[in-house]
Design a protein around this ligand. Structure first.
Ligand SMILES: N[C@@H](CCC(=O)N[C@@H](CS)C(=O)NCC(=O)O)C(=O)O
Length: 429
């Protein structure tokens, strides 16, 4: 009997109706099979079972609650939900633990030392100063009119470093595929090997770090370049952006007495360099790309001074000029909001330039550095050269008294007025 009941229970498709049978009903069905003639068969049994089940179903259906009627479907739905929940929790846990691993891994920035020299690429320009005895081989990866790149060039030119320039295509970035760093400028520095070792190739990132590190080598001859670089460790901040410690600091090392001679000058130099990066530079884009016409005019000028005609193919150049101008017009509007720049961006440009000139005048000389330019002068001058061919620059010189300082800077940088320091420094190791 029990094996018979078991078989009845296993019958499909009426299993869920059979489920509602009482023992008495099972017994009746079985008895009718046993005593009926001709011989009982399974097909007859299932027909009877279905018939009884339907009778039973109709009778009890109305009396049952929704949950009783749909018990098995509900069980199935609950099972699926739990399975999905477990799967979802597992995926989330996996993502989270992976992120933690990444952030721990990426907290410290990559080393400056490159495992191999970057592949040879087209050199857009070579600046050669025969008096540069540093022995460093410098290659600047840049966009000709990026303010941060212009700042680095102003610095290198003022001190008379020899360097090569690689012009990066801002759309395809073909020249920088070998590096994970997504920005320009960066400087590849090759320190020639001695008789004891091979040369070392470094990648210096961030315009201000480049300036600070090279300025430190000039002011601190006792430390090697690599030791100086240890003072500028990079790390990823909580937004996973690459940051640099001591970006604006000069590492005097054993020569620290030099720094103590003019502590106030050093402090203001640092402060105004930071102001150029954090404040002034953000006023430029909304001015240069103020209208679609101005944006196109700016990119046409960039193409001329960047010598894009020679460096990029025709389609690449047109792509950068038109796509770049359109993109920057819209980006300029967003930047205007983000950096709280006046609705008429020229007002902010004049206001910030006037702040700068007020500070320069307060220094009692021609420059923020007094009688000679300091790193703040070079920074401000550098970023302004980025817009020299734009309407915004003409308007700036017409509406403020920045021209005299700007022209004086042009002379000093063009004449490599800081060269003495580099010549005195001799070989850099
Ligand atoms: N803090 C960096 C900023 C450099 C930067 O933002 N450069 C821009 C160009 S002006 C850049 O490379 N943006 C990414 C891109 O164009 O893809 C520095 O001082 O070097």
């Amino acid at each position: 009997m029990s094996s018979l009941l078991f078989k009845i229970r296993c019958l499909q498709p009426s299993w869920h109706h059979l489920n509602n049978f009482s023992c008495k009903q099972y017994a009746n069905i079985a008895a009718s099979m046993v005593y009926s003639s001709p011989k009982p068969s399974w097909s007859r049994f299932t027909q009877q079972a279905q018939f009884h089940s339907h009778q039973n179903y109709d009778k009890s259906h109305k009396e049952q609650t929704f949950f009783q009627r749909n018990r098995s479907e509900i069980k199935l739905a609950m099972g699926c939900s739990i399975a999905l929940l477990i799967l979802y929790s597992y995926v989330k846990y996996y993502e989270l633990s992976n992120n933690q691993i990444n952030s721990v891994h990426e907290r410290v920035g990559e080393s400056n030392i490159l495992k191999e020299r970057p592949k040879e690429t087209k050199i857009a320009k070579s600046v050669v100063n025969p008096r540069d005895a540093s022995g460093l081989k410098l290659t600047l990866y840049q966009y000709q009119t990026c303010p941060f790149c212009c700042k680095v060039r102003a610095f290198l030119d003022y001190y008379g470093f020899s360097y090569d320039v690689v012009e990066v295509n801002s759309v395809t970035r073909a020249q920088t595929r070998w590096t994970k760093y997504r920005k320009v400028p960066f400087l590849v520095v090759e320190i020639p090997g001695s008789e004891y070792g091979d040369s070392t190739v470094l990648q210096l990132k961030d315009s201000s770090v480049i300036m600070s590190a090279l300025a430190s080598t000039l002011r601190n001859p006792s430390d090697s370049f690599l030791t100086i670089l240890d003072g500028y460790p990079s790390f990823y901040n909580e937004d996973n952006k690459l940051e640099f410690s001591n970006r604006y600091r000069i590492m005097y090392g054993e020569n620290y007495r030099e720094a103590l001679k003019h502590p106030k000058d050093n402090a203001t130099e640092l402060q105004w360099r930071q102001w150029v990066d954090d404040k002034f530079v953000h006023v430029l884009s909304p001015n240069v790309y103020r209208t679609p016409t101005e944006a196109l005019q700016a990119f046409t000028w960039f193409s001329e001074v960047g010598n894009w005609q020679e460096l990029f193919s025709a389609w690449e150049r047109l792509l950068v000029v038109y796509v770049g101008a359109a993109a920057m017009y819209f980006i300029g509007k967003r930047l205007k909001k983000r950096h709280r720049i006046s609705d008429e961006p020229r007002d902010s440009l004049y206001e910030e330039a006037n702040k700068w000139m007020k500070f320069v005048k307060s220094r009692g000389g021609e420059f923020a550095g007094g009688k000679t330019p300091n790193l703040a002068d070079l920074s401000m001058y550098g970023v302004l050269t980025a817009i020299e061919g734009c309407d915004a620059f003409q308007d700036l010189t017409a509406n403020t008294d920045i021209s005299s300082w700007y022209e004086a800077m042009k002379q000093r940088v063009g004449g490599r007025e800081g060269e003495q320091e580099l010549v005195r420094r001799c070989r850099i190791r």
